[in-house]
Design a protein around this ligand. Structure first.
Ligand code: ADP
Ligand code: MG
Length: 242
């Protein structure tokens, strides 16, 4: 579903990604972890064409992200993206946040969009909040709205960039629970997170990045249960966060 082939990227003269190769198959959940500044956010932004890359190839469901004739707005509309800071439209109600792109981008009629919005709010446990504004919700609630908004576009895959790291601790689980459900329903997911409990529960694979390199790309069981086979850098990282 998502394939990175020897992707390299520079910011000016600074190489932020070096020869990154990995993939996420349909229905797979891949957790990306690694120290701050290692290139995790940049990697997932290149997948959504939010950041250009200079070398290699990225394929999304058979479409080449870097090809000049690729319809990037269409491609982006099929990839759900959830960021650390919820990035809801502050001046729109919860339901308008959910409906906007369904109507404007997918061309759904208003009734369809509202119906889909209601179902998704129920799914993320926020029935009854439709007319509130983002500022009236807790961080955990806003992040669940952001997930629902992404799902409303019927994405091929969902990309998450540290979705719980800006939340107060008591709100982390309400967001992770929604993500665990999504994973169990078979959503294709690429998740940058330091929540190793989440990784242990639902990840199929773990990718560990350091200084722009993919240092490890292995099954969850290999990553967590066979530390002797891990790189020194991954072991050091795990010793700090587990
Ligand atoms: P991570 O998500 O793993 O913390 P990032 O992908 O955000 O890492 O950043 C990787 C490196 O690229 C860091 O050294 C960061 O300072 C640098 N970087 C990120 N965005 C930019 C940018 N727009 N311009 C220049 N350097 C950047
Ligand atoms: Mg980041």
């Amino acid at each position: 579903m998502i394939e990175f082939k020897n992707v390299s990227k520079w910011y000016g003269s600074f190489q932020v990604l070096t020869d990154c190769t990995t993939k996420v198959s349909k229905g797979e959940v891949v957790v990306i972890c690694g120290p701050s500044g290692s290139g995790k956010s940049t990697l997932i932004k290149t997948a959504n064409a939010l950041e250009p890359f200079q070398k290699g190839e990225i394929w999304i469901d058979g479409v080449s992200v870097g090809a000049p004739d690729t319809n990037l707005p269409k491609l982006r509309s099929r990839i759900g993206m959830v960021f650390q800071h919820f990035e809801l439209f502050p001046h729109l109600s919860v339901m308008r946040n959910l409906a906007l792109a369904q109507v404007k981008v997918l061309g759904r009629n208003e009734d369809e969009a509202l119906e889909r919005g209601r179902k998704l709010l129920e799914r993320v446990g926020l029935t009854g909040h439709t007319d509130k504004y983002p500022g009236q919700l807790s961080g955990g609630q806003q992040q669940r709205v952001a997930i629902a908004r992404a799902l409303a576009m019927d994405p091929l895959a969902m990309l998450f960039d540290e979705p719980t790291s800006a939340l107060d601790p008591e709100m982390v689980n309400e967001v992770l629970d929604v993500m665990v459900d999504l994973a169990k329903e078979g959503m294709t997911m690429m998740v940058v997170t330091h929540e190793m409990g989440f990784a242990k529960k639902v990840a199929d694979r773990v990718v560990f990045m350091d200084a722009g390199f993919i240092v490890e790309d292995c099954s969850k069981d290999d990553f967590f249960d066979h530390p002797e086979a891990r790189s020194e850098r991954a072991k050091f990282f795990l010793s700090k966060i587990l």
